[in-house]
Write a protein that binds this ligand. Structure first.
Ligand SMILES: *Cc1c(COP(=O)(O)O)cnc(C)c1O
Length: 371
């Protein structure tokens, strides 16, 4: 079986370094925060080109804490997409605000900025675009709209670490990273993400010292000094030293891993164009293919055919948020047609940097052989 993801191969490749990093933490006797976590935050800030990185317990927490640190709370509305992992919506609710959904662009599956105007209200306070599958949302239009209407922008960069954005000059250097374009961003370090820990983790990026300080306070019981609490309803949301040490081994490999993802994606697209709808790469962004997601009107039959051929696949996402039992109140069925159609037709193929050429070709042949 060629599975959609294989984390064992990555570990085996880095085993010596990772085992040494874990042992270093075990013998240090410090498990939460500390020098490994501070060093990882510095490494991430340098890599992404952003002044502040605040680590926390998960990507979901990163988004919720960032929203609160941006001053978003009860009575506020945050505009986002229905075609995302549910955490995006949960984060808005944890901050006490109301999610307002706008439909997606059927080509990129990212939030469609032309649909922002009709949902704008006096309660609108922020836009939360998701860089879905590793491709940056159309930030130029989103940021322009936000600026015009006095909204803040929080990027959900959980799937897009290493993605770049270059709206004006594709050739210009350096390219801005996804997660450095708005007022703040939330990243996930969940094991399956392009940079994954061996457990849960996440972090916030921002150019704002105030947002960074407030986030750090909220993530640690509203406290800067032990047993002195400056904010109510804080969180226990911190990164383990062990995860930080593991991530410091992995971060230097991220660019090469993302390049390998892009190489596999290029082969898939070249071979599968005409058989299925292949992902659309926008000229303004460097896609890092957290998922390689195709589209086909007989998606479920295609997935069954692939399974018979020993090829795994997965659906991101089978049910848009507003059709989930927990979220029926957010928008009526039929009101977000592009997201609803995508949910019926998308299928993610095996994609990770440790796929071998023969496996890539086996995936290609299996998709091509679907009649
Ligand atoms: C993974 C993910 C999250 C949540 O991250 P966790 O670390 O699992 O909490 C949020 N948004 C998107 C789009 C994701 O893919």
């Amino acid at each position: 079986m060629i599975s959609i993801l294989d984390l064992k191969r990555e570990y085996l490749e880095l085993k010596g370094e990772i085992d040494a990093a874990i042992e270093r933490v075990l013998t240090s006797g410090g498990f939460i925060g500390g020098p490994e976590v501070a060093a990882l935050e510095d490494d991430l800030a340098a890599y992404l080109g952003v002044p502040y990185v605040v680590s926390c317990g998960s990507g979901t927490d990163a988004l919720a804490i960032a929203l609160r640190a941006m001053g978003i709370g009860p009575g506020d509305e945050v505009i986002t997409t229905p075609f995302t992992f549910v955490a995006t919506i949960e984060a808005i609710q944890h901050a006490g605000a109301r999610p307002v959904l706008v439909d997606i662009d059927p080509q990129t599956y990212n939030l469609n900025p032309d649909l922002l105007e009709p949902v704008l209200s006096p309660r609108s306070k922020a836009i939360l675009p998701v860089h879905l599958y590793g491709q940056v949302a159309p930030m130029q239009a989103i940021l322009a709209f936000a600026q015009k209407h006095g909204l803040q922008v929080l990027e959900d960069a959980a799937q897009a670490i290493g993605a770049r954005y270059y709206p004006d000059q594709p050739a210009a250097q350096p390219h801005a990273h996804a997660g450095t374009l708005g007022h703040a961003a939330g990243f996930s370090l969940y094991p399956s993400k392009n940079l994954g820990a061996y457990g849960d983790g996440g972090f916030i990026t921002t150019h704002s010292e105030a947002i960074a300080q407030e986030s750090r306070l909220l993530a640690n019981h509203g406290s800067r000094e032990r047993y002195h609490h400056l904010r109510a309803a804080g969180y226990t949301s911190r990164l383990d030293a062990m995860q930080a040490a593991i991530l410091r081994v992995k971060l230097p490999h991220l660019e090469a891993w993302n390049a390998r993802r892009r190489q596999i994606a290029a082969r898939y697209t070249q071979a599968l164009k005409g058989y299925v709808q292949t992902p659309c790469e926008m000229p303004y962004a460097l896609h890092v293919y957290h998922q390689y997601t195709i589209r086909h009107p007989e998606r479920d039959r295609l997935a069954a055919h692939l399974r018979q051929q020993g090829i795994g696949s997965s659906i991101h996402y089978p049910v848009p948020v507003h059709l989930q039992p927990a979220y029926r109140g957010l928008a009526p069925a039929g009101s977000l047609p592009a997201a609803e159609a995508a949910a019926r037709e998308v299928l993610s193929l095996p994609m990770h940097p440790f796929l071998e050429e023969a496996e890539v070709e086996a995936v290609v042949r299996a998709v091509q052989s679907y009649a």
